[in-house]
Design a protein around this ligand. Structure first.
Ligand code: SF4
Length: 304
């Protein structure tokens, strides 16, 4: 892993220190709340100083190169910088359910998952805990930690924060949720999602390139973009696919998801309370094929 070289050179420790400094006027994500998380002030994501996790388990339901045969070691963080009205995990993302732990304990969870034989450690909704994740990695390495690291995020991120992860994260798994900022504001309460998201995935690709797998088909590094089709084209799916084809390249791996269902606040939003139709999903799949984005996965109609 590249992060082993960063550890040995002292660069990783320097990055941990620099990242923690940012918490005193938090600017880790585009919200730039400016709160002092060292003093336990809270911003939009609700995160404080200590990492807070909802679970640390072996997950077998990710994309095939991620879950492989032994599963992905998924660490699910509490809180989120997005307020998605339809979030299926809202008790964790919006209400902050979970357990506050130390970075030492986070390192221990990573090592435990490694002992269980997983292919990678999969940080889910990690953006607001970037410094704590780096610190846990720094603690885990001398105890024998050596798995690929996966950043499984909303894609609402700043390039300067992602640059701290260069050479640390092996696999990026970001969402591209919206191509229209009006819908991002209405549904997820975030401004300028499109610009931040597109800059973020471009930086991710710069760091890790397109998806690479080993002889067993297990991901070793690279980018997979996730896109969830929303009712009445609220996600702007077709525009996003054209943007990916033009700007990231036709080799890009895309996980195109049809599994939307109304949860949380979407249950009281007329435009969001229904599932997508088979026709809506098929139209997006057709565009995927028309533009030549052949790498990745589409879901069965059974998921609609
Ligand atoms: S990580 Fe949280 S506190 Fe920091 S800027 Fe983003 S939403 Fe605000």
């Amino acid at each position: 892993m590249n992060y082993l070289a960063l550890y040995q050179s002292g660069e990783l420790l320097q990055r941990v220190r620099d990242a923690y400094r940012r918490l005193s006027a938090c600017d880790l994500c585009p919200h730039e709340c400016g709160v002092n998380r060292i003093k336990e002030e809270r911003g939009i994501c609700g995160a404080g100083l200590k990492p807070k996790i909802a679970s640390a388990n072996v997950h077998r339901g990710e994309e095939p190169p991620i879950s492989g045969t032994k599963g992905s070691g998924t660490i699910f963080f509490s809180g989120c910088s997005l307020k998605c009205a339809f979030c299926q995990n809202f008790p964790i993302s919006q209400f902050g359910n979970g357990e506050e732990i130390t970075t030492k304990e986070l390192a221990a969870r990573m090592l435990k998952l490694q002992r269980l034989g997983v292919h990678n450690i999969n940080f889910v909704t990690p953006t607001h805990f970037l410094p704590q994740i780096l610190a846990a990695l720094w603690l885990a390495i001398p105890q024998g930690f050596s798995l690929p690291l996966l950043w499984n995020s909303s894609g609402y991120e700043k390039v300067d924060a992602l640059m701290v992860l260069s050479g640390v994260i092996d696999i990026y798994l970001p969402d591209m949720k919206y191509s229209d900022d009006t819908h991002a504001v209405e549904i997820s309460a975030v401004t300028e999602y499109r610009a931040f998201n597109r800059s973020a995935v471009t930086e991710m690709l710069r760091q890790v390139g397109h998806l690479q797998v080993d002889e067993n088909g297990i991901a070793t590094c690279g980018l997979i973009v996730r896109h969830l089709v929303l009712p009445q084209d609220r996600a702007g799916s077709i525009e996003t696919l054209h943007w990916i084809a033009t700007n990231l390249g036709l080799e890009t791996h895309i996980a195109l998801m049809s599994q939307y269902f109304a949860a949380h606040k979407a249950l009281s939003m007329p435009e969001m309370e229904c599932r997508i139709t088979v026709d809506e999903y098929n139209r997006v799949v057709d565009v995927l094929e028309e533009v030549g984005l052949d790498n990745g996965w589409v879901q069965d109609h059974d998921d609609i």
